[in-house]
Design a protein around this ligand. Structure first.
Ligand SMILES: C[S@@+](CC[C@H](N)C(=O)[O-])C[C@H]1O[C@@H](n2cnc3c(N)ncnc32)[C@H](O)[C@@H]1O
Length: 291
């Protein structure tokens, strides 16, 4: 064990025992895959070593074996959440792959409005799965506000946004974004829904923030805790970190969580394979549940 909790990063990293050996690497890769679905095999050793050193310093751990043992014993889920923060990529920004938001507003919301009105329902359920800092969920909300206008309050139209990482969710709730993250926003929407807080940052208006519910959820959980099905699910740029087998299982779980005719959005670099008879492709990276 290191005795001094204030050991500097440089001293700590220079200790020979904090190298990640082959056995430790394999064990942690397997743990990450089993718990988070994230595939770190391939040449991710340097990346993993660098990212885990920070956690090891925090707990003053002498080796990756000690870290692994602590992970295995952790009943609180806190260490797994920290591991998720360390190994996942949270890159996101406002108005990313914006064609999807236009499609939501122009095609899906009018169709949904017609269908729901015919059923005397006003309940619209949309899920942003793997939401990172909330950019996507907030953009969906803006589209709903833009589409429904003054009628918006007659609809129960909130968005559920989930991620495994506590850290990104904490930032998502604040709704504060660096100017680089909002530079793709159409100027009129930027003006309408954001206020400048300083030279570098913008904050989303309260009227948008209060419409999104953020929750921690591991997409690898065997079942999802929802009583009602969704009209649309966005899971964009999340499954790229999963292998084919994990993706197939996950898409089947999403399928079961969608209303018949519900929409499923993935990132533009992703495609759904092997789902004939389950989804129709309706737009680039947009699928509609058959049934
Ligand atoms: C690259 S971001 C994508 C954010 C957003 N959907 C977008 O397209 O901009 C991927 C997110 O997936 C989350 N993630 C990775 N594995 C996850 C899992 N097993 N369960 C839930 N979220 C996960 C990460 O924490 C990260 O925030």
């Amino acid at each position: 064990m290191l005795e001094n909790t204030h050991t500097s990063a440089v001293e700590y990293l220079s200790k020979p025992e904090v190298k990640l050996n082959e056995e430790e690497y394999k064990a942690i890769v397997k743990f990450v895959y089993d718990k988070l679905g994230i595939n770190l095999s391939g040449d991710k050793r340097t990346l993993l070593t660098a990212r885990l050193h920070k956690i090891m310093r925090e707990y003053n751990l002498p080796s990756f074996t000690a870290y692994y043992n602590m992970l295995q014993k952790d009943m609180s889920g806190r260490l797994v959440a920290e591991l998720a923060d360390a190994v996942s990529t949270n890159h996101s920004y406002m108005w990313r792959e914006a064609g999807h938001f236009e499609y939501l507003k122009k095609k899906i919301l009018p169709e949904l409005k017609r269908n729901l009105m015919a059923k005397h329902s006003n309940d619209i359920r949309i899920w942003s799965a793997g939401c990172s800092t909330g950019d996507e969920a907030y953009n969906i909300t803006m589209m709903m506000k833009e589409f429904f206008g003054y009628e918006y309050n007659n609809w129960q139209a909130g968005v559920l946004a989930t991620d495994i990482s506590e850290k990104v969710l904490r930032n998502a709730i604040k709704g504060i974004y660096h100017k680089e993250k909002v530079k793709e926003m159409p100027p009129e929407l930027l003006k309408k829904y954001f206020k400048r807080v300083d030279e570098l940052h913008y904050q989303l208006s309260e009227q948008i923030r209060k419409e999104v519910t953020f929750r921690i959820l591991n997409l690898m959980s065997p079942t999802f805790p929802f009583k009602k099905k969704f009209h649309a699910i966005f899971c964009r740029n999340v499954m790229i970190y999963f292998d084919e087998e994990t993706r197939i299982e996950l898409v089947n779980k999403f399928y079961n969580c969608l209303e018949p005719g519900g929409y499923f959005f993935v990132g533009h670099s992703e495609t759904l394979k092997k789902y004939h008879g389950k989804f129709d492709v309706v737009e680039a990276a947009v699928y509609k549940k058959i049934g």
